[in-house]
Design a protein around this ligand. Structure first.
Ligand code: RIB
Length: 301
């Protein structure tokens, strides 16, 4: 089983010609309200990739909660640990440019109320996976990671949004997933310097944490136990990159959960993340297992 401990949002998505600079206003034609949040997106990605998934998080008691949970519920993510709290459902304000790039501002709302004790009784153990991000309180992320590690579960952190990772949190991880920007910040906090590939190598070597760097259109590189693996991105027409990283993380966790091994998991994750770029919106863009299977077969041949 995969337990995702993280955020649940509604995304207000505005398509604009280009992302505004500070102090600037740009006009878009309209907006869409779409289920999102890094925790929810990753839970759904793992579920659609074929895993049993429970999501631990929180929403408000407002009309946005039903929207935020709608696709998770429809696709069979266990929401029994998703609390309804006295705070607004988390919201993300997303501008997507004509080139498919995005800029995101998140209002935490109910996500700020998520606590590690919501996981009590889940009985994680060897063979289970805890999948983490950083849109819920960091202290609770650390508690959840340490508890899962003690129980013998695999612990994966997607260090997004970017920030340093404490040695306490790093010590509870098996796998770290970061993009090029995030790895530079994590590495600087650890006193490491170099390019993304070499930073991943150093984190793996110095801290015993398998480290994957997603490289956008260049695919991904991962270091585990001193061994380097890489996977290309699929050539897709990029419509919207929102949740591509989340899809990568969920698909990777699902493949590891299914016992497919690091190299295959990396390739399936890169394929899934690429597919997510071809469709607009966070959760609507996350591919089903059959779609990943169809491309991964050629990809891995
Ligand atoms: O990673 C994409 C997600 O970041 C969006 O769905 C938004 O909700 C923010 O959490």
């Amino acid at each position: 089983m995969i337990v995702t401990f993280g955020s649940i949002n509604v995304d207000f998505v505005n398509r604009v010609e280009r992302i505004p600079s500070p102090g600037e206003t740009v006009l878009g034609p309209d907006y869409a309200v779409i289920p999102g949040g890094k925790g929810a997106n990753q839970a759904l990605a793992a579920r659609r990739a074929g895993a049993e998934v429970a999501l631990v998080g929180a929403v408000g008691q407002d009309p946005f909660a039903a929207i935020a949970l709608s696709l998770l519920r429809r696709d069979g993510v266990d929401l029994s640990r998703a609390a309804a709290v006295d705070a607004p459902t988390g919201a993300a304000y997303i501008a997507v440019s004509a080139a498919g790039e995005n800029a995101i501002v998140v209002a935490a709302g109910a996500n700020a109320r998520v606590v590690a004790s919501q996981m009590d009784g889940l009985a994680l153990g060897a063979g289970d996976t805890l999948l983490l991000q950083r849109e819920v309180p960091e202290a609770e992320v650390v508690k959840a990671a340490r508890a899962a590690k003690r129980a013998g579960a695999r612990v994966i952190l997607n260090a997004a949004p970017a920030g340093e990772v404490s040695r306490e949190l790093l010590g509870a991880l098996d796998v770290l997933v970061v993009n090029e920007h995030e790895v530079a910040i994590v590495a600087a906090g650890l006193g490491l310097a170099g390019g993304p590939d070499d930073l991943a190598r150093q984190i793996d070597a110095d801290h015993g944490v398998a480290t994957i760097v997603t490289l956008g259109g260049e695919g991904a590189v991962g270091w585990t136990g001193g061994v380097r693996r890489s996977a290309p991105a699929l050539p897709v027409e990029v419509v919207d990159t929102t949740a591509a990283g989340d899809t990568f993380c969920g698909a990777f966790a699902a493949a590891m959960d299914q016992g497919l091994g690091f190299t295959t998991a990396l390739a399936r994750a890169a394929a899934a993340g690429s597919l997510a770029c071809a469709t607009a919106g966070a959760q609507p863009s996350i591919p089903m297992k059959a779609a990943i299977d169809a491309v991964a077969a050629d990809f891995l041949a």
